[in-house]
Design a protein. Structure first.
Length: 332
């Protein structure tokens, strides 16, 4: 994907909807209020500061208004639309994160996974990723698409900060570098919040006994306390898959899929059987083809099932990587 450089002139045009005098007055009032509350001392200023980790956030559709639109009234918010399968994203995202932290509260980076947030992708009219936008005082501004040189990103962010300050009176966030706390020694991790080993063992026992509903619940219990638990995520995906195919009539399912190649539910059921039978590429290919010929809610249902099957196999499997690339070609 070739970079598409976006002019910052659009930012100035949108900012003109607010009078310069009003913006400057707002900025002065905010600074005066900050000075009154903090007394000008470094220790007082830190009381309302945020840790550096708060400068880079993950955002979804449910939290977009709170985490982006409202926050953009305090600081320019840069939107990074990305996906796990997107190789250029893996080059751009770390660079954006580093430059955001270096900006020290003058911008915030909001990362949006397009696979999990299709509605936002559609609302922004995104045709390819990575795609970078900004939101300043509720105004949405396109910045650039694709991987661009670091110096160009620095210049773009500097212009964005300048527009936020001069046109909208945004003074950014105070950052307290010490708010993160000391790093844990190498090899040490925080103690788990619950008896995960016992729950995971119970889930495996339920799977072995064919109690897929019980296994699903046990894995969900782990994820309720530890949403990032990889073993529980994998186990949940497997248990749900086995539960779905448990009472299927394989012959009837395959006949229905063959007779209705564009029926999303028929293809989803057949893909589940393919995967359980060890035909991984067939399952992935079937659903990618179905995404190609469907649209709207039906397409979303097929895409989400495909992502669930990726979880069953594991992100590191080359067959998953190949299928992600094929899905990207269909979607974008």
């Amino acid at each position: 994907m070739q970079p598409r450089n976006m002019s910052m002139s659009g930012v100035v045009d949108l900012a003109a909807v607010k009078a310069a005098g009003e913006a400057k007055a707002k900025a002065e009032q905010a600074r005066a209020e900050s000075a009154r509350q903090g007394g000008g001392g470094a220790g007082s200023a830190a009381a309302g500061a945020v840790p550096p980790s708060a400068l880079v956030i993950d955002v979804d559709e449910a939290g977009f208004e709170r985490d982006v639109l409202q926050l953009s009234n305090e600081v320019p918010v840069v939107l990074d639309f990305w996906a796990e399968w997107c190789e250029p994203c893996k080059q751009l995202s770390p660079l954006l994160e580093r430059l955001t932290v270096e900006a020290n509260g003058r911008v915030v980076l909001a990362k949006i996974d397009v696979d999990a947030n299709q509605l936002l992708m559609q609302q922004f009219g995104i045709q390819g990723i990575p795609a970078v936008f900004a939101v300043v005082a509720g105004q949405v501004l396109p910045l650039f698409q694709g991987v661009v040189p670091e110096q160009q990103i620095r210049e773009t962010l500097a212009q964005l900060v300048q527009v936020g300050e001069e046109r909208f009176g945004l003074i950014g966030l105070q950052v307290d570098p010490g708010a993160e706390g000391p790093a844990a020694p190498a090899g040490e991790t925080e103690a788990p919040a619950g008896p995960y080993d016992a729950l995971l063992e119970a889930a495996v026992a339920a799977l072995d006994a064919g109690d897929f509903g019980g296994a699903v619940q046990a894995y969900k219990n782990v994820l309720a306390d530890d949403p990032a638990n990889i073993e529980a995520k994998l186990g949940l995906a497997q248990a749900e898959l086995l539960g779905r195919v448990q009472h299927m009539n394989p012959q009837a399912v395959r006949e229905a899929a063959a007779a209705n190649p564009s029926d999303p539910q028929a293809q989803i059921a057949a893909a589940d059987l393919d995967l359980v039978g060890g035909h991984v590429e067939d399952a992935f290919g079937r659903l990618v083809d179905t995404v190609r010929v469907t649209s709207g809610e039906e397409r979303d249902a097929v895409r989400m099932r495909l992502l669930e099957l990726f979880e069953v196999i594991g992100a590191d499997d080359p067959r998953v990587s190949a299928a992600r690339t094929a899905l990207a070609r269909v979607l974008f």
